[in-house]
Design a protein. Sequence first.
Length: 423
Amino acid sequence: MTSLRAKIALLLVVAIVSVVGLATAAAVWVIGPPDPVRSLLPQADQIHFIAEMAEAQLAAGRPLPLGRDVRLAPAPPAGPRSERLTAELARALATTGPQVAVIATQPADGSDALVSIPLGSHGWLTIPLAGPAPPRGGWLILIGWMSLIVLGVTAVALVVASRMTRPLSVLEGAVAAVGPDGLPPALPETGPAEVRATARALNRLSALARAAMDKRMRLLAAAGHDLRTPITRMRLRAEFLPDDDRLQWLSDVDELERIAESAITLVREEAGSSVAEPVELGQLVREIADELADQGHDVVVAATVPVPVRGARLGLTRALRNLMVNAATHGGGAWVAVERRDGTGVVTIEDGGPGIPAALIERVFEPFFRVDPARRHAMPGAGLGLAIAKEIVERQGGTLAIENRPEGGLRQTLTLPASAGDA
């Protein structure tokens, strides 16, 4: 009962049922509860009249006008005796005239009840109970009445609450449909006025955010691209410098080039849309590990299992390579394992390095972030490897997490949805 729709529906149900309940209670208090004896007073008057007429006819020696439903017998008719109706008739007869010891029976065929009137030595006069029978189960009727009201009001309240909260449902659906680029899809501007206004506002906000993001992407891509020409000129000019200065200049130029290339790669990953294809995750990890080992990196594949996934093979290769190089470079070596867990492929990359301070571990995916800025020149890289890897993995529908190992070092965990078919 935490949603706004449920709370509005509950409020409507409580309000309407409370009003109906108070009105019913007031009516019962003013009119009084239904009295079965009061409803039997006309039948009691009729029984008194028939009993007096029958006694007069028998006393005068005249026969009674008997019919198919009225008969004179030495005993009441066979059938289950209705104790409740008998008692209520006795009370009604006592109210309208002298007491008459009547017996009410219910025939086995389910027809109307029969009332037997004693006529002394002449036997019992049996007549059908004329008029409606007294209401049965007054409280049950009231409970049923209130239950029908509650059910009807609940249905109406749910419909009303749903219409009132429909704009919020549009907001919820828009947030749930946000893609890897962080932007909601275009919403149809149809339906009630509130829904149209909400969809129009969301579409306008999405368009503004998309325009700002595209502008930032173009700016960063242009800056990275324009840096290539001066970097090339600087590299050429450094060849004419003395040996000591040339090595330092070339090192700085290499770092500038890495930064420019990493920035362009990040922009391409954020703005690009690669076509997904079948990829066998375990095999891809082994190929990358072998390639890095040939390049001199300390990368060891501990264990792998075949896990088919769907994704951009080139992007996944770049992300996995960045993670393994990060562990091998900063952690003194990488141990890689691939497993299948709950319908997902999980790649775990561990190292034995110093780890990351707990206060900084939440910032590791920020562009150009380094744990120790003083190591920028000692360790190659632009500080964009983890940011690029995270962008690639999330665009493939996966997750990337980094945590400190209890025994020391880092654990990088990449998770991707496993596909049903074989890669």
